[in-house]
Design a protein around this ligand. Structure first.
Ligand code: MG
Length: 384
């Protein structure tokens, strides 16, 4: 099979949006727009590697957006989209891919069917792009806002991405047109005399350009579906030792928590909350304490397992709220790290993860310092 690399272009500043954060990093259904695009390629079995071209100022935003996807390090873009693509292609030359799929980072709805049709067409042509036929009647504007004529729409298509090319040919073509301004990468290959095939794109594969596009995309993402809520509760007792795990973070303490796994009581409650939201039983059913595999196990894998069950249903985690109940250790100094860790595990923005702490006024087992309790509430969106 041909070695196929995706080149995702995300170096733009998105000036039409105003605001500080470029559009490709704005939130769409709990994740940056760019993460949706990257994930589509990172999880596609026909794609071997994913490289992103970013603006030099956006490295932190990119790292957050790409966390855990296993994509290549990004490279800095140039002064125009065309420059950025060329620099991205140059950076891929050492990998010697057979084909490259050049994709707009702001097209988060790209589907595997479209990607597959582009790749298939590259067996017969040096270039192929997805496009959809123009459905609206086209008017040419004349003086004073009056119509000057009706344009025949027959044979007219709207170009989308990914635009796929045989790697050596598109790199050479880009090198040859430095300084010229062409509209897309297909035009670059056309200029070099290469033939570019049209394959059917997808009406849903929209590019997010304006704030209205983003609002529409957010609504499209939620589609027909429903929100579910689940809760989880767990208790672990203190034992001798030093330090314990809470929310996937190691917390120094003069005692440890007893348990078959790493005894991360907060992640266990969070896992049960997710399982509860999809009515998938409890953590003990998925990870029986009788199974030696889970002895000393890091509990983050329980949480990510539950999150994968949610995405397996076509759903997504929207929000997670965890409350830790104990007199000691103090949670406050670790709260930000806990939030960040769970956000990383669930690939969610931190403002969708809440970590709270309370005592029980020295009452009961937590008040006597015999153990820690945790409860969690998860909100999950599921398609209908
Ligand atoms: Mg437990």
């Amino acid at each position: 099979m041909a070695k196929c690399v995706a080149l995702v272009v995300a170096a733009g500043r998105g000036r039409r949006f105003g605001g500080d954060v470029p559009k490709q990093y704005l939130d769409l259904a709990g994740r940056p727009v760019l993460r949706h695009s990257l994930a589509a390629y990172a999880t596609n079995p026909q794609v071997d590697a994913v490289r992103t071209v970013i603006h030099g100022d956006d490295r932190q935003l990119f790292d957050a957006a790409a966390a855990g996807l296993g994509v290549l390090d990004p490279v800095p873009g140039g002064n125009s989209r065309q420059d950025s693509v060329r620099l991205g292609l140059e950076s891929l030359a050492p990998l010697a891919p057979d084909i490259v799929l050049i994709h707009d980072g702001a097209r988060p709805f790209i589907d595997a069917g479209t990607i597959g049709r582009v790749i298939a067409a590259l067996e017969r042509h040096p270039g192929a792009i997805p496009a959809v036929p123009v459905a609206d009647t086209l008017k040419r504007e004349g003086d004073g806002g009056l119509i000057d004529g009706t344009v025949d729409r027959a044979g007219l298509w709207r170009a989308q991405t990914p635009q796929g090319f045989r790697f050596g040919e598109i790199l050479a073509a880009h090198r040859a047109v430095v300084g010229e301004e062409l509209t897309d990468d297909a035009a670059v290959l056309e200029r070099a005399g290469g033939s570019v095939a049209l394959v059917l794109g997808d009406e849903g594969n929209v590019k997010i350009t304006t704030t209205a596009d983003l609002e529409r995309a957010r609504r499209a993402f939620d589609g027909p579906g429903e929100f579910r809520t689940g809760n989880g509760y767990d208790v672990h007792r203190f034992t001798t030792g030093s330090g314990l795990w809470l929310c996937g973070v190691q917390v120094p303490h003069d005692a440890a928590l007893e348990g078959h796994s790493d005894a991360d009581v907060a992640l266990h409650a969070a896992t049960d909350a997710l399982l509860g939201a999809i009515a998938a039983g409890d953590i003990g059913r998925h990870f029986p304490p009788s199974d030696p595999r889970w002895k000393g196990a890091a509990s983050h894998q329980f949480l990510t397992h539950a999150a994968r069950l949610v995405s397996g249903l076509g759903g997504r985690v929207v929000h997670l709220d965890v409350t830790i109940v104990c007199e000691r250790p103090k949670v406050g100094p670790h709260r930000a790290a806990m939030q960040a860790r769970m956000a990383e595990l669930l690939a969610l923005r931190q403002d969708r993860i809440s970590v709270k702490a309370t005592t029980t006024e020295r009452l009961g087992f937590t008040g006597r310092g015999e153990g820690i309790a945790a409860q969690a509430t998860a909100t999950v969106w599921l398609p209908r």
